[in-house]
Design a protein around this ligand. Sequence first.
Ligand SMILES: [Zn+2]
Length: 184
Amino acid sequence: MKAEKTQFSCVACGQQQPELSLENGYCPACEAIARIVREQPEMVRQLWLRLHNEPILPEAVPRSIESEAELPDVLDGKRYRTIDRDRNKWYLSVSEVNGKPVEVFASTAFDRDHELQSRISNLTTITRLISLILRHIFLGEPLTFDKCLKQIQRSSRQKNDLPDMLYGVLSRYNVPRQKSDEPR
Ligand SMILES: [Zn+2]
């Protein structure tokens, strides 16, 4: 009986190889490609676009920002006019990046009513937190406890309104950041 030399197949192309010539499970040719994919994803993106005339993984998050400060000064957007159950007129504005919603604003006539400051600050809290979540979903902005706190704090208009009280309570939990909380 003839002794067979143990062969392994490359995890990418399936070609049979002696075990020693496999690196990370890849044959030499595929390992060269895998290394580029690992170390130079931007080059892969550009090559793919060039060779296939379409973006690679068009569904993937197109880019990542660190904070809202990186948003362009001028954004596309849509404004919707609605009427609530109390017959107040509202304008709901949605700012977009690449057709995705990344910020919301809401305004209504009670903006000018001085007795309704607390309603406005509650409204601001809602839209600021929704915007933070939208940027996380659509722009890959890291979502951190610090940012939640900051948005709640900025929503406050006067001492002891709801966002101010929430900020006070939640700030107690603002311990120094753990290693595992850091963005990837
Ligand atoms: Zn291979």
